[in-house]
Design a protein around this ligand. Structure first.
Ligand code: GLP
Length: 244
């Protein structure tokens, strides 16, 4: 799905999410959302905040699971995805604190495995992800599932690809400050989402978008696994779609 601008596309995505939340609320059910960080979803979050403030959209019945977090990472750091989510979405809506889940970058190494198993168990307990939003990294990663991640990969600790750390370097004030690891939801739990919304904006994403959409399905480009998901839409602006 190609739109003139990322703003146009983001409004459509936000409205789909809002419809899901309202539909679930009308049945007395929760909406379970998989959320992403990075610049790609920012305009979606802006529109969801606007819908909350101006049109009374409530997030009381929303349960969220974020894809990933750097490791190690303190939640109050400017680089943490906890802080990112608070500043860009959660602080501005009426979501209940207990319904927010983000991988914990403060765990001791030996506790990560159990945490990850529990994270997936909580998704299951909540009824599974109704809708997962995704951005794509230049390596073709989804979440932090870098090249080499299999379709069966679980939620786990990963080592970040060099390109990913280079892309993050400016915001960290140098590559030496970018964590070498992260905790990410695996490809398997992502693929279990009932609906996946992938978004990519700008010409910098055009080459990897082409590989994701037209390339062979391969763990060299984990986003190609989405070709096998039966309810995924790829939202692009003109620039991101220019090589298709
Ligand atoms: C990070 C996140 C990914 C995100 C990617 C793309 O690596 N962990 O989930 O998709 O960045 O970032 P951006 O949306 O800023 O291009």
């Amino acid at each position: 799905l190609t739109f003139n601008t990322s703003a146009d596309a983001s409004v459509v995505i936000a409205h789909e999410i809002a419809d899901l939340i309202r539909d679930k609320a009308s049945k007395g059910e929760n909406a379970v959302l998989g959320l992403a960080t990075g610049s790609s979803p920012l305009k979606v979050y802006d529109e969801l905040i606007r819908l909350h403030k101006e049109e009374g959209l409530s997030f009381k019945n929303v349960i969220t699971f974020n894809l990933d977090e750097y490791y190690p990472m303190q939640p109050d750091s400017v680089h943490s995805y906890v802080r990112f989510m608070n500043e860009n979405l959660f602080d501005h809506i009426d979501i209940q604190e207990k319904n927010i889940h983000i991988p914990d970058g403060t765990l001791a190494m030996e506790d990560v495995y159990a945490f990850c198993a529990d994270y997936e168990a909580k998704i299951k307990q909540a009824g599974g992800l109704d809708l997962q939003i995704l951005g794509i990294g230049r390596t073709g990663h989804i979440g932090f599932n870098e090249p080499g991640s299999t379709v069966n990969s679980r939620t786990r600790m990963v080592t970040l690809a060099a390109v990913t750390r280079i892309d993050a370097a400016p915001s960290f004030g140098g590559i030496e400050n970018v964590p070498k690891r992260a905790i990410t939801m695996g490809v398997k739990p992502i693929m279990k989402a009932k609906r996946i919304v992938m978004m990519a904006w700008g010409s910098g994403k055009a080459p990897i978008v082409k590989q994701m959409v037209e390339g062979n399905i391969s763990m060299q480009v984990p986003a190609t696994f989405l070709q096998n998901h039966d309810n995924t839409s790829v939202f692009l602006d003109e620039a991101a779609s220019e090589q298709l």
